[in-house]
Design a protein around this ligand. Structure first.
Ligand SMILES: C[S@@+](CC[C@H](N)C(=O)[O-])C[C@H]1O[C@@H](n2cnc3c(N)ncnc32)[C@H](O)[C@@H]1O
Length: 266
């Protein structure tokens, strides 16, 4: 009976245009929690959609013209200047990746300055961040794995990775249920922990512990999506300190106008 109601909830959520492409495992996980609170099906569907909005929909919104974007990028793939301008324009469509555009010229170069070149990178809950690869100065052939809950966006990310001189793979995932275990030089956990912790309070801690990476770059937003500060830096700083407390990890802190970042060496 409970399974039947959960199936109905999943079908109702995935049936709506805004959530159609979301990883079904995450819908099931959130839906199950909402039903366990004793909510009726209709209320549980609404609560599940609200949560999915907080963790994903608020950043990406509705359908995007992925085919059109890909066609433009393919046309200009050998014209570096135009290709990069197109990438920057497309990044504006993901509210979180968009905040990195004004700091992109110095974000990766300042953080990576003292590090050896990476042979493999994992971009967790990537949004449109893989479009920033040309600003990372990765050696050609670097293995790049990207994942996020949106199947359609991830399909587009895979198409973009295919245009870049790296060896890229993009997959739809729910990193709360399945933290990636691929061995990599660098894992990017950019502005993701607060989203995961809205669904499961332990998810951030579990992810950092389980990642099989030499370096982990963790970051937090400096402002809310609405542009307000609200003491966010201080709150996220305190949360990050809790997450690394008692761990035998070296941590370096970087502050940017729109983002607070920490480089962990495991
Ligand atoms: C704040 S955005 C950050 C996006 C990207 N890392 C960046 O900094 O540009 C959070 C991202 O997490 C994704 N997300 C939320 N929950 C997730 C989950 N359980 N597994 C994988 N990705 C998730 C969302 O779709 C969204 O793209």
């Amino acid at each position: 009976m409970v399974d039947e109601v959960l199936d109905q909830l999943i079908a109702a959520v995935l049936g709506s245009a805004k959530y159609r492409a979301i990883h079904p495992g995450l819908v099931a996980r959130i839906g199950k929690d909402e039903l366990a609170k004793g909510r009726k099906l209709k209320e549980a569907v609404k609560a599940t959609k609200n949560k999915l909005h907080q963790v994903g929909g608020a950043y990406l919104g509705g359908q995007k013209p992925y085919a059109e974007w890909l066609s433009d990028l393919t046309e200009y793939q050998y014209d570096v200047e135009t290709f990069e301008l197109l990438l920057l324009e497309i990044m504006e469509n993901h509210a979180s990746t968009k905040e990195r555009v004004p700091i992109l010229d110095h974000f990766y170069t300042s953080i990576f300055a003292s590090l050896p070149p990476f042979e493999s990178v994992l971009d967790i809950a990537c949004g449109l961040n893989p479009l920033t690869i040309p600003w990372m100065n990765l050696p050609s052939g670097t293995k790049y794995f990207a994942c996020d809950i949106y199947g359609d966006m991830i399909g587009f990310v895979q198409d973009v990775l295919n245009l870049l001189p790296i060896d890229g793979t993009a997959q739809s995932c729910d990193v709360i249920s399945n933290p990636p275990s691929t061995e990599v030089d660098l894992a990017l956990v950019l502005k993701t922990i607060p989203c995961l912790e809205q669904v499961d309070k332990q998810a951030g801690e579990r992810l950092l512990e389980q990642l099989n990476a030499k370096y982990i770059l963790v970051s937090f937003p400096a402002k809310s999506l609405g542009g307000r500060d609200k003491g966010m830096r201080e709150n996220y700083e305190a949360r990050f300190n809790q997450l690394v407390e008692g761990k035998d990890w070296a941590v370096e802190r970087f502050e940017f106008e729109t983002e607070l970042a920490y480089l962990i060496r495991k």
